[in-house]
Design a protein around this ligand. Structure first.
Ligand code: SIN
Length: 289
């Protein structure tokens, strides 16, 4: 296992401190309200690629500053479930509210037998070109609880047995988000993604399954699909492959959806929890076809 060491930045007072050996780092010495120089932007991007998720504390971002920070890393993506209000003007902010989690739980309770729905997910993997980046900002937090977990999906893949890796090679998994999309008035085709993927920028091999979109491996019967998906989620669930983040007022997380899955811990009852997320679009995969 490669363990990442602390990085001292050549720029100003930026400090990058790993929180776990391969996943998660805290970046301090920066005020995200200010425009980023190209050098600092590149350094943050390199940290996101290296650690898969980075965290900032004590930031006082408003929505426009939140969007402006994210936009430095690529074009923003507006999620279809975001309600666009003409007079608000800021459209990429996606509220992640505790009441939406309740809806998810209801859908989960209604799932058919054998459906492997679970909270480990990557954002917008129901799209042909999922968004690569996400910047999430604390708005309203429960007094205690409501952490978020990120999984190092490269480490989780490497931990699979050779036999499982051989069986997974070349397989695709369905990511079916139709229930939510039709609710938002959209008809988007169901897509399937390769389970074993090479990260476009780092070259790392990743085991990529979004368990919140009813995964089912294409061409396999339910029993075999379940067996292989269980082998993957067992690795996602290992604390050795995770970093867990406790939100505080002013906390911001920035992650790479191509390299890390995440899981919102729902342990705060009916207390209100609101975070706001901005998604960063990836390059289209099939633009030259
Ligand atoms: C998300 O799934 O993007 C948000 C995670 C969280 O609410 O902790």
């Amino acid at each position: 296992m490669t363990t990442l060491a602390a990085v001292s930045s050549p720029h100003e007072t930026l400090t990058i401190r790993p929180l776990q050996p391969t996943v998660g780092a805290e970046i301090s010495g920066i005020d995200l309200r200010r425009p980023l120089t190209d050098e600092v932007r590149d350094e943050i991007k390199a940290a996101v690629l290296a650690y898969k998720v980075v965290f900032f504390r004590d930031q006082e971002l408003d929505r426009a500053q939140h969007e402006a920070f994210a936009r430095r890393f690529g074009p923003l993506y507006i999620h279809p479930s975001v309600k666009r209000t003409a007079n608000e003007g800021i459209t990429a902010i996606h509220p992640i509210a505790s009441d939406a989690f309740k809806e998810l739980e209801n859908r989960r309770a209604a799932q058919p037998a054998g459906d492997q729905w679970d909270g480990y997910h990557a954002d917008t993997s129901w799209r042909l070109d999922p968004t690569w980046g996400a910047v999430l900002r604390a708005v309203t937090l429960p007094e205690v609880g409501g952490d978020t977990i990120w999984v190092d999906a490269g480490l989780a893949y490497r931990a699979l047995s050779d036999e499982v890796k051989e069986r997974l090679a070349g397989l695709h998994v369905v990511h079916d988000f139709r229930d939510a999309l039709t609710g938002a008035g959209l008809d988007y085709p169901i897509v399937a993604h390769p389970i074993v993927r090479k990260h476009r920028e780092t070259g790392e091999t990743i085991g990529f399954v979004n368990f919140s979109v009813h995964p089912w491996i294409v061409g396999l019967d339910r029993a075999e699909s379940t067996e292989l998906l269980t082998a993957i989620i067992d690795q996602y669930r290992k604390p050795e492959h995770q970093v867990r983040f406790t939100w505080r007022p002013g906390s911001v997380a920035f992650w790479d959806n191509r390299a890390a899955l995440h899981y919102a811990v729902r342990n705060y009852g009916d207390t209100r929890r609101l975070l706001e997320r901005v998604l960063i679009a990836d390059e289209p995969q099939f633009a030259d076809i």
